[in-house]
Design a protein around this ligand. Structure first.
Ligand code: FES
Ligand code: FES
Length: 159
């Protein structure tokens, strides 16, 4: 059944007309037109599709878009300010946490939620917090260095 509703993504309201069974991932990439959020497994296994809903990380492949009405959705596109990268994005690049980049948006959204909730996260906290995000390329060392560095510098550090 087709539903009409509004989604607020990165503080912008979008009017959506879509089947009620569509996932948040599918609507963000299709109707909203933001393709930074990636589709990997489409089964809650890889974390590539991670976005924030009211500040909490969710696998958007397994979350109905209609359920996100009235909530604040943040995608990777919502972190940078214009051309200036967010500190997590910059540190990922500088610490070698990005190779093919497919996992990177989801990894960054999970790391953002983690450091937002726990600014003093230890390496162990970070490892646990990112356990739902898989990376096939980097071996995770660069990703860990980037997130540990961000914890040290602070999430809101200007780029
Ligand atoms: S695409 Fe959603 S968890 Fe893999
Ligand atoms: S950088 Fe390729 S999957 Fe993580």
């Amino acid at each position: 059944m087709t539903e009409s509703y509004t989604l607020t993504v990165n503080e912008v309201a979008y009017s959506i007309v879509a089947d009620a069974q569509r996932s948040l991932l599918s609507v963000i990439r299709g109707e909203v037109g933001l393709t930074g959020t990636k589709e990997g497994c489409d089964d809650s296994e890889c974390g590539a599709c991670m976005v924030l809903v009211d500040g909490r990380p969710v696998n958007s492949c397994s979350y109905l878009a209609v359920q996100a009405q009235g909530r604040a959705i943040t995608t990777i596109e919502g972190l940078a300010s214009g051309d200036a990268l967010h500190v997590l994005q910059r540190n990922m690049l500088e610490e070698g946490g990005v190779q093919c980049g497919f996992c990177t948006p989801g990894m960054i959204m999970s790391a953002h939620a983690l450091l937002d909730q726990n600014p003093d996260a230890t390496e162990e906290d970070i490892r646990l917090g990112l356990a739902g995000n898989l990376c096939r390329c980097t071996g995770y060392a660069g990703i860990m260095k980037a997130v540990v560095r961000t914890a040290r510098e602070g999430l809101s550090t200007d780029s």
